[in-house]
Design a binder for this molecule. Structure first.
Ligand code: FE2
Length: 361
C-alpha cells in the first residue's frame, strides 16, 4: 500500500519501508495534462512553470498518484509504475528540520549555579544552548555566582567593547558603546554576536533580571542544523555560504572593526556561523555571482526564520540562557517596559579541550 506525504518542496511516496522523493517542480513539469493527446509528447518547457508551486491535495488511489495544485486547481495523474521507472531519489535519507522544542534546552536551576553548571555545559555541547529555569528574588546579585560556576568548568569571561558585563536595558548607564540595537526596545532578528571580530566570543550567558511588560520573547536557532537541512535541499546554496567571503563592519560612534569571512566556516570539524544583517557591509561580489549569492543566503535565513525551525520562549526573572555563539543564532521580539537582561561573553580556557565539559569533575 503506497502512501504520499507532502513536504514544502517535494512529495514522498512510501511503500513497505521504501520511499522515493519527487520535487514539486519535477512533478508539475511531468504533468500528464501537458501532453499532446495523440503523440503524448510534452507540450511545455519547465521554464513556463510558476517559480513557486504548492500542493492543495495529494492522494494515491488505484496505483495512481493524484496531485491537485494550489495555483490553478489542476489535478495531475502519475501512475506509480511510471514514477518507479523515473525515480531519482529512492530511500533518500531525510535530514531533520532544525529543532524547535524548548524542552530540549531546559534545565531546573533550583539547586543554584554551581550545581547546575555541569548540565548547562553538557546541553550547550549537545544542543547548542541551555535554558536554566530559576526563580531568584534578586537575580542581579547572582550574576557573579554564574560567572564563577562556569569559570570552574573551564570558561573564562571575555570583555568586549561594551565592558565585562552588559546590562541590556534601554536606560543603560553601566556600559560603553551602547549606540546599538541591543540597548533599544526594538525587535532584533536572528544573528550571531560580534561577527566583525577575528575571534567572536564562543559563548554568551544571558541572565534575565527583569521582564518586559509586553513582548521581549527570546529566539534561538541552531545554525549548524539549519545548514545541514539547507544542504539536503540545495547543496550548491550550502557550498556558497562556505565559499563566499563577505565583510562584517561594525561602526559605532566610538568603535569600529571589520572582518572579511564567509558566513559559514568549518573549524575543528564544527560549523562556525557568522551572520548579522545589521553589521554586514554592502556586498562586493562579482556581478555574475550576486544573484546566486542572494539566493543562497536568503534560503538559509528563511529556514532560520521559519517558526518550525527555531526555539521561542520568554525568560522569567532569574532564568539564565547560555548558548554557543559560533553555532546558534539569537534574536528577540520588540518589547515595552523596563526589560533588563544581563549579558556576559565567555571563551574556553586555553587548557579546556572541545569535549572537556561533560567529563570534567
Ligand atoms: Fe546579540
Amino acid at each position: 500500500m503506497t502512501s504520499v506525504v507532502v513536504h514544502d518542496e517535494f512529495v514522498r511516496l512510501v511503500d513497505n519501508g521504501r520511499h522515493a522523493d519527487f520535487h514539486l517542480r519535477w512533478l508539475r513539469h511531468n504533468c500528464d495534462v501537458d501532453r499532446h493527446p495523440a503523440t503524448r509528447e510534452r507540450l511545455i518547457d519547465s521554464a513556463e512553470l510558476p517559480d513557486q508551486l504548492a500542493v492543495r491535495e495529494a492522494a494515491v488511489d488505484d496505483g495512481v498518484l493524484r496531485i491537485t495544485w494550489l495555483h490553478d486547481n489542476r489535478t495531475s495523474r502519475y501512475p506509480l509504475a511510471w514514477l518507479e521507472r523515473h525515480a531519482y531519489a529512492v530511500n533518500r535519507e531525510a535530514v531533520p528540520r532544525p529543532p524547535s522544542d524548548v524542552r530540549l534546552l531546559e534545565l531546573d536551576g533550583a539547586r543554584g549555579p554551581t550545581a547546575v553548571a555541569r548540565d548547562v555545559l553538557a546541553n550547550v555541547s549537545q544542543h547548542g544552548a541551555a535554558l536554566v529555569r530559576r526563580e531568584h528574588p534578586n537575580p542581579e546579585a547572582e550574576t557573579e555566582a554564574w560567572i564563577d560556576a562556569l569559570d570552574a568548568r573551564g570558561l573564562r569571561v571575555v570583555g568586549t567593547h561594551f565592558g565585562r558585563i552588559e546590562d541590556l536595558r534601554t536606560d543603560n548607564t553601566t556600559n560603553a558603546n551602547t549606540d546599538q540595537l541591543g540597548y533599544t526596545d526594538a525587535a532584533i532578528g536572528f544573528h550571531t554576536d560580534q561577527p566583525f571580530l577575528d575571534e567572536p566570543p564562543r559563548y554568551q550567558l544571558l541572565q534575565s533580571i527583569r521582564v518586559a511588560d509586553r513582548g521581549g520573547d527570546s529566539l534561538l536557532a541552531d545554525g549548524e542544523a539549519a545548514l545541514r537541512y539547507l544542504a539536503s535541499l540545495d547543496v550548491e546554496a550550502a557550498d556558497l555560504l562556505r565559499r563566499t567571503p563577505v565583510r562584517f563592519h561594525r561602526q559605532q560612534k566610538q568603535f569600529e572593526r571589520e572582518v572579511v569571512s564567509p558566513i559559514i566556516s568549518l573549524r575543528d570539524d564544527r560549523v562556525h556561523v557568522r551572520s548579522s544583517y545589521f553589521t554586514v557591509a554592502p556586498y562586493q561580489l562579482p556581478f555574475d555571482r550576486m544573484t546566486a549569492w542572494y539566493r543562497a543566503h536568503d534560503q538559509f535565513v528563511r529556514i532560520l526564520r521559519d517558526p518550525r525551525h527555531h526555539f521561542a520562549f520568554r525568560l522569567r526573572a532569574g532564568d539564565v540562557l547560555v548558548y554557543d555563539n559560533h553555532r546558534m543564532l539569537h534574536g528577540r521580539t520588540a518589547f515595552a517596559g523596563a526589560r533588563w537582561v544581563r549579558g556576559v561573553y565567555f571563551d574556553r580556557a586555553a587548557s579546556a579541550a572541545e569535549h572537556d565539559f561533560e567529563i570534567s569533575g
